[in-house]
Each structure stands twice: as structure tokens, then as C-alpha cells.
Design a protein around this ligand. Structure first.
Ligand code: IMP
Ligand code: MG
Length: 184
């Protein structure tokens, strides 16, 4: 399925599942190497990171825990900049190595907000694992420790990412077809 239609928009496949999984396995290898003795807590950011988290965790072979947090900042195809914490963090983070697992870092506001929130809980360190990074849209300084792929500024769906709630179920990543772009 090279072209899909979601609501009013068309998307074309841009990153096939095999390419995604190769990069997910690569960063899992880096995590296995770097954090072998740190008993990390992976904190997956719902909803977008659910598929990435599932695949990443299958390649992580060191002792670790996994938990979930839910934030929301997007409406349609443009970030609102307003971030809601819908499902909070219940784990004890004090002294822990926390690895935030995100689907995509766009402006970076969501990640910044999460770093602030986790930072107040006295963790040993916070690392960021993001499936995708749009480096040209980043508006805040962030160190992304584990980035599976860097992409241009296009709007994408699939592999957990959505357009108005739809498209998360596709195993490949799709890019919004040109001529339909809104909001620079
Ligand atoms: P940020 O706060 O601008 O970095 O936005 C981050 C969140 O916006 C991500 O966790 C995604 O859920 C969502 N997002 C950013 N870019 C896209 C995209 O191209 N497609 C779908 N969701 C996106
Ligand atoms: Mg997200």
C-alpha cells in the first residue's frame, strides 16, 4: 500500500517497516551497550510511541523497567504548543536512569516539558530515545541521545503517529503528499 488516504489527506509511504526496524535495532544496541549496569526505567510517551516502544523493547536485552506517560500537544497537523499531562508518572524516579521514549521530536516543547517534570523527581540521569527527529523544527536546545532517524519538516503518519487520531496502525511511515501541506 504505497498511498493511503486519511480523512481529507493523502499520504505516500516514505519509510518502510524494514528500514524502521533496522534503525530501532541499531539504537537498542547502543542502549544495551551504554546502560547495561544502570537498570534503566523506560518511560514511553503515549499515544504516539506505543509501536516504537514495543519494537525497541524487544531488542533491549539488559535488565530494565518500562512504564508509560501520556501527554498531548498536537491538533491536526500543527503543534499547538499547549501540552497537557493526561496520565502522570507514578514510579519512584529518585536515583534512576530514566530513558524517555518518544515517537518524534518536532519543536521539542513536549520533550522540554517532560524533562522539567522528570527533573524535579531527582533522577540520576535522563536520556532521550526518539524514533524520529525533525532537526530543522527544533525550537529548544535538546540532546537526543538515541535518535533512530532524522527526517525533513514534512508531516508524517503511521507506526504509531497519527493524523487526527487515525493512521497509528500502519506498519510503515507515510508522508503527507505535497500540495496538501498546511501551516509551514
Ligand atoms: P513537539 O512538542 O512539537 O516536539 O511535538 C511532539 C509531538 O507532536 C510528538 O510527540 C507527536 O506526537 C506530535 N508530532 C510531531 N510531528 C508529527 C508528525 O509529523 N506527525 C504526527 N505527529 C507529530
Ligand atoms: Mg508523541
Amino acid at each position: 500500500m504505497d498511498i493511503i488516504r486519511i480523512k481529507d489527506k493523502q499520504f505516500a509511504v516514505s519509510i518502510p517497516e524494514t528500514d524502521i526496524l533496522r534503525q530501532v535495532e541499531r539504537i537498542a544496541g547502543e542502549i544495551n551497550r551504554d546502560l547495561a549496569d544502570r537498570n534503566p526505567l523506560f518511560l514511553s510517551v503515549l499515544n504516539g510511541a506505543f509501536m516504537f516502544t514495543a519494537d525497541l523493547m524487544k531488542y533491549v536485552t539488559i535488565p530494565c523497567e518500562v512504564s508509560f506517560v501520556k501527554l498531548a500537544s498536537y491538533q491536526g497537523v500543527a503543534s499547538t504548543g499547549i501540552i497537557k499531562e493526561v496520565l502522570g508518572i507514578n514510579e519512584e524516579l529518585s536515583g534512576r536512569t530514566v530513558v524517555i521514549v518518544e515517537d518524534i521530536v518536532d519543536t521539542g516543547f513536549t520533550m522540554q516539558r517532560l524533562l522539567e517534570s522528570i527533573g524535579t523527581r531527582n533522577p540520576r540521569e535522563i536520556r532521550i530515545a526518539s524514533l524520529l527527529v525533525k532537526p530543522d523544527k527544533l525550537k529548544v536546545p535538546l540532546r537526543i541521545d538515541y535518535a533512530a532517524m532524522y527526517i525533513p519538516n514534512d508531516f508524517i503518519v503511521g507506526y504509531g503517529l497519527d493524523y487526527d487520531g487515525y493512521g497509528r496502525n500502519y506498519r510503515d511511515i507515510y508522508t503527507l503528499c505535497a500540495a496538501q501541506e498546511q501551516n509551514p
